[in-house]
Design a protein around this ligand. Structure first.
Ligand code: ZN
Length: 405
């Protein structure tokens, strides 16, 4: 007997757990959703870049997820996502992942030969438009590379045993809904059984802070993308559960209501990939746990402040930090727990809130990684406070507004 192929549920939540200590607290947020009658599948995502910065192996993500599922008795599916992999990085994820985010954004715009684009459009007269040739030329090579990576994965894991996502979000130029349809046609031609697709949406998706852009324009584009997906499923026989994946960079609070409305109208699902805000909740939890946790959280700020340029460089495209708005470490040393937590926690109504501090700490996890067990031992010592913050953040600020409304 063969097992049925894995079919990703309608709603799923990508969570990042940089130090592999919060899987249980993250899963607890999904269990709260189940108590409220909605299934939201957890997917633990960690990119190669995060593994390199933290010094961890993909197997540690799998081990933490499995342990959390066992301990809490979660009986629904869950996945471990090889986040933003490419041909160079996929291999080390093959064993422990069952969800692959194939990132081909770097190949967008590398033109294919004219006759390749033309013959694609001859096969797809339904895509004909004034812009179709330019779009085919812009995206076909990227889709070809996605197919190469998919086949590499399928060589070592039987098809149907993993979920495939194609991501094109880490680029400056958003894809239009018409381009999304063309991309999906090309993906279907290549035989990639795609279940989620992550386009680049209009506007800025900075790490750890709210959306910057025109929310109404986003809502129109999001709804048109949902229509393109529904169209592609019928026309190109793509998996019925194919859905959008929104790489939020976390905390796009102003988009949740418009997304929820559009999803309800179309009865569509979504994968919401949050980023490292769990790590920020760890810092908040440490600060609130007592003097030792607070002192360590302040040390991490001081380290991040000192290494500002080094920490921000890999994330330059997705953060906006005004260094003049960053308090000196000497000033932070005098902060109370309430001030520290207030500065970092994403509550713009709190007078202590400082998005510059928050973004700097967001990319500052390398400082904690360098502390090694001194940091992770403190997480264990402050577990009650940390896990409460991690669960509350995911449930109250993300799951409720997007999935429960
Ligand atoms: Zn992404």
């Amino acid at each position: 007997m063969t097992n049925a192929p894995v079919v990703l549920d309608k709603y799923s939540l990508g969570v990042g757990d940089r130090f592999a200590h919060q899987a249980k607290a993250q899963l607890a947020a999904c269990m709260r959703a189940v108590e409220r009658g909605v299934t939201v599948i957890p997917i633990w995502n960690k990119s190669n870049r995060e593994h390199l910065i933290v010094g961890s192996q993909p197997s540690s993500t799998r081990a933490a997820a499995d342990a959390a599922v066992r301990e809490l008795g979660w009986t629904r599916p869950y996945y471990v996502d090889a986040d933003h992999i490419n041909l160079d990085t996929v291999d080390r994820f093959l064993e422990s992942s069952d969800f692959f985010t194939i990132d081909v954004a770097h190949a967008i715009g590398r033109p294919v030969p004219q006759d390749v684009a033309e013959s694609f459009l001859r096969r797809h007269p339904e895509l004909a438009s004034a812009d179709a040739l330019a779009a085919a030329s812009k995206y076909l090579l990227a889709v070809g590379e996605a197919a190469q990576i998919y086949r590499r994965i399928a060589e070592s894991k039987p098809p149907g045993t993993f979920v495939t996502e194609v991501s094109m979000d880490e680029t400056d130029c958003p894809q239009t809904p018409a381009e999304l349809l063309l991309i999906l046609a090309a993906i279907a031609d290549e035989g990639i059984p795609i279940q989620t697709i992550a386009p680049k949406f209009t506007g800025r998706f900075n790490k750890g802070v709210d959306y910057v852009g025109d929310v109404e324009q986003f809502e129109r584009e999001f709804a048109a993308d949902l229509a393109a997906i529904a169209n592609a499923i019928e026309r190109y026989h793509l998996p019925r559960n194919l859905k959008l994946s929104v790489h939020s960079g976390s905390d796009k609070f102003s988009l949740y209501a418009p997304m929820r409305r559009a999803l309800r109208r179309c009865d569509a699902g979504v994968h919401l990939k949050t980023a490292g805000t769990t790590w920020l909740e760890e810092l908040i939890g440490l600060a609130e746990a007592g003097p030792e946790g607070l002192a360590l959280a302040k040390q991490i700020y001081a380290g991040a402040y000192e290494h500002l340029e080094e920490l921000c460089a890999p994330y330059a495209a997705v953060i906006d930090i005004d260094s003049a708005r960053l308090p000196a470490p000497a000033a932070v040393r005098d902060w109370s727990a309430e001030q520290y937590a207030g500065a970092v926690r994403h509550d713009p109504a709190n007078p202590h809130f400082n998005p510059h501090v928050r973004q700097l700490l967001h990319v500052g996890y390398k400082i904690a990684a360098r502390m090694g067990t001194r940091y992770t031992d403190m997480l264990v010592a402050c577990e009650e406070s940390v896990s409460r913050n991690v669960t509350d953040n995911l449930f109250t600020r993300h799951i409720v507004p997007l999935f429960l409304g």
